[in-house]
Design a protein around this ligand. Structure first.
Ligand code: ADP
Ligand code: ADP
Ligand code: ZN
Length: 213
């Protein structure tokens, strides 16, 4: 099963994608996590991506598309995957579509996690991320067992630089301008499913499972 998560920054795509990956036994592929791992390891790709990420802008398609296509060509993606944060532009979606068509494959579901802008800034300022294993928490809604420490790997949790309110507002604008058009793109393909992302995380997950089957 091949699934795409759509939604504004902070809508809960990553949280749900991890739960989907666990339940269906498919990898969770996050371009944001791949970029952050590259930044942490000081790679050339990381240096280039950081310039854009810190401003709340999208990393250019030329840099993004290749890493995603390489990732989904790996063995563990043979039986499907859940994409979180890709595609984010129409050209990215078109390249993915062409690559899949060549293989005689297609996206089965594009799950749109719908959360209004008003809720987003608050969610992001409470988000705490583990840069080691990619886990995310929320200081009020989804707190770690021990404050500031990742439940999964014991590393220190951080407020991402791009989760500060000024940058979040930029990211929301970028979302509306460049990413939201994907809702029409996948509606036209007949695979778009929208869930109410303002519900409790377990209720959002149940709604998604009801769709995926
Ligand atoms: P969120 O889901 O909270 O917006 P992500 O971890 O998905 O965060 O992305 C963080 C940043 O990484 C984005 O703001 C953007 O700069 C960059 N990024 C991630 N995925 C893509 C993509 N598919 N295309 C361009 N930039 C991306
Ligand atoms: P995205 O990947 O779309 O940027 P995340 O999954 O990282 O979003 O979620 C953003 C923030 O909101 C995180 O702090 C996360 O713990 C929290 N969160 C996720 N889902 C919910 C929910 N249903 N209700 C409240 N908070 C949530
Ligand atoms: Zn961790």
């Amino acid at each position: 099963m091949k699934i795409i998560m759509l939604g504004a920054p902070g809508a809960g795509k990553g949280t749900q994608a991890k739960m989907i990956a666990d339940k269906y036994g498919i990898p969770h592929v996050s371009t944001g996590d791949i970029f952050r791992a590259n930044i942490k390891n000081g790679t050339e790709l990381g240096k280039q991506a950081k310039e854009y990420m810190d401003k709340g802008l999208l990393v250019p398609d030329e840099l993004t598309v290749k890493i995603l296509l390489d990732r989904v060509a790996q063995d563990d993606c043979k039986n499907g995957y859940v994409l979180d944060g890709f595609p984010r532009t129409i050209p990215q979606a078109e390249v993915l579509d062409e690559a899949l068509t060549k293989l005689g494959e297609k996206i089965d579901f594009a799950v749109n996690v719908d959360v209004p802008d008003e809720n987003i800034v608050k969610r992001m300022s409470g988000r705490r991320a583990c840069l080691k294993c990619g886990a995310t928490y929320h200081i009020e809604h989804i707190p770690p067992k021990q404050e500031g420490i990742c439940d999964t790997c014991g590393s220190e949790l951080v407020l991402r630089d791009d989760d500060k309110p000024e940058t979040v507002l930029n990211r929301l604008k970028v979302y509306h301008d460049q990413t939201q058009p994907l809702i029409d793109f996948y509606t036209a393909k007949g695979v778009l499913k929208t869930v109410d992302g303002t519900q409790d995380m377990k209720d959002v997950f149940n709604a998604i499972v009801a769709i995926l089957g």
